[in-house]
Design a protein around this ligand. Structure first.
Ligand code: CP3
Length: 354
């Protein structure tokens, strides 16, 4: 049985309920910018940490203790799904992160992908979630996540990071049916995975579509958003809408209202839109998260404070607002700048503007 949450600001903000202040957390808050993370990481490779519940739980909780955020996000990676579907995943230190030596290119590759049963094939993630929930002991909510089908598709087809997503786009435009077959398989896996995470104990989920912005608005709706919508509806239906859903599509400000229409509770924003404009489009039934340019954290404290206050002024009220960056924390950021952001965010709606 789960302990009652002592800090449920994130849940209330996501549901657009009354809050004393807006909650704050960071995408990629468990990571290399923290010396305490690097100390553990120096002993284990990334994938071992992801697969070892004790280590994953430990680094998940670090930013709660060390930075003062209002939520934890389970330490993992988006690529665990394709791995569970049967793709061989390797991580070579210093070579730009994990990659798939045998990317998906042919119809036979798509056909060979397995349907997953997340509770079994990704049981190490569920174990990490239960252990983290136990260790958090109700201090803050735990966020579960998945990559969106389009972002996973890109990595599965490219096999590694890419500048132009040539192979992924080639499949969209020359073999549209194959692309939809693959996206459909990924959608089913993501849905199953998110439901399993909720069963294992997460309080909120976020869907990351980091590469939404490489598509035209029309292609975004066909190859990305429709699938996200199906996932949101499926997860809500299978879990009685217990858990709020955040959808973050980076570079898709052309479709803010359509993202909200998926039925998600929170729309994540990158930094290329005025948050007041997003709020005006979304109304008061959908919450907004993010929007601060992550590079602000390279600036001095007074600049960070001013930018955080500026966001609060544009929002006007903490209701339906979650402070975050417009993308993840970079490994070279100074943890003190994140602490400054957290301090400023916690005061933003209580201290009058100068
Ligand atoms: O907020 C969160 O903590 C969410 C978890 C998350 C991670 N990566 C953790 C991680 C998410 C949503 C991602 C996204 C991701 N991961 C993408 C989509 C693009 C993006 O940047 O959002 C892709 C393609 C991956 C695969 C991946 N994982 C790469 C390319 C790398 C190396 C990048 C780097 O920073 O060197 C990783 C490693 C990774 N994923 C780390 C973390 C915290 C770094 C861990 C480490 O090296 O110690």
């Amino acid at each position: 049985m789960k302990a009652n949450l002592q800090n449920d600001l994130l849940l209330r903000a996501a549901r657009c309920e009354d809050v004393e202040r807006a909650p704050v957390w960071f995408m990629r808050q468990a990571g290399r910018y923290l010396p305490e993370y690097r100390a553990i990481r120096s002993q284990h490779d990334f994938l071992t940490m992801v697969r070892t519940p004790k280590l994953a739980a430990e680094v998940t909780i670090q930013p709660v203790d060390l930075v003062g955020v209002d939520a934890a996000i389970i330490f993992s990676d988006i690529l665990v799904i394709p791995e569970a579907m049967g793709m061989h995943l390797v991580m070579e230190e210093g070579k730009g992160g994990p990659r798939f030596p045998n990317p998906i290119r042919l119809y036979t590759d798509i056909k060979a992908l397995k349907e997953i049963q997340a509770e079994k094939s990704l049981s190490y993630v569920m174990d990490a979630i239960s252990l983290t929930v136990e260790k958090l002991n109700g201090r803050v909510p735990l966020i579960g996540f998945s990559g969106a089908p389009w972002t996973l598709f890109c990595y599965m087809v490219e096999g590694a990071g890419s500048k132009d997503f040539k192979h992924a786009k080639e499949m969209l435009f020359t073999r549209r049916e194959d692309a939809h077959t693959l996206l459909g398989k990924i959608r089913d896996a993501v849905s199953d995975y998110l439901v399993a995470q909720i069963t294992a104990g997460v309080d909120v989920i976020q869907i990351f579509d980091t590469w939404a912005g490489v598509l035209t608005p029309e292609d975004f709706r066909e190859f990305s958003l429709d699938y996200i919508g199906e996932i949101v509806r499926d997860v809500k239906q299978k879990t009685n809408s217990r858990v709020p859903v955040i959808v973050f599509c980076k570079g898709a400000n052309h479709s803010i209202s359509e993202i909200a229409a998926t039925g998600c509770d929170v729309v994540g924003l990158d930094w290329t839109i005025d948050i007041a404009e997003a709020k005006a489009l979304l109304g008061d039934q959908v919450a907004v998260q993010g929007n601060l340019d992550p590079s602000i954290l390279y600036g001095p404290e007074h600049v960070i404070e001013a930018r955080v206050r500026d966001i609060a002024e544009r929002m006007g009220s903490p209701r339906g607002h979650i402070f975050n960056l417009g993308h993840g924390v970079s490994p070279d950021m100074d943890p003190d700048r994140l602490r400054a952001f957290v301090r400023a965010a916690k005061e933003a709606y209580t201290v009058p503007a100068q």
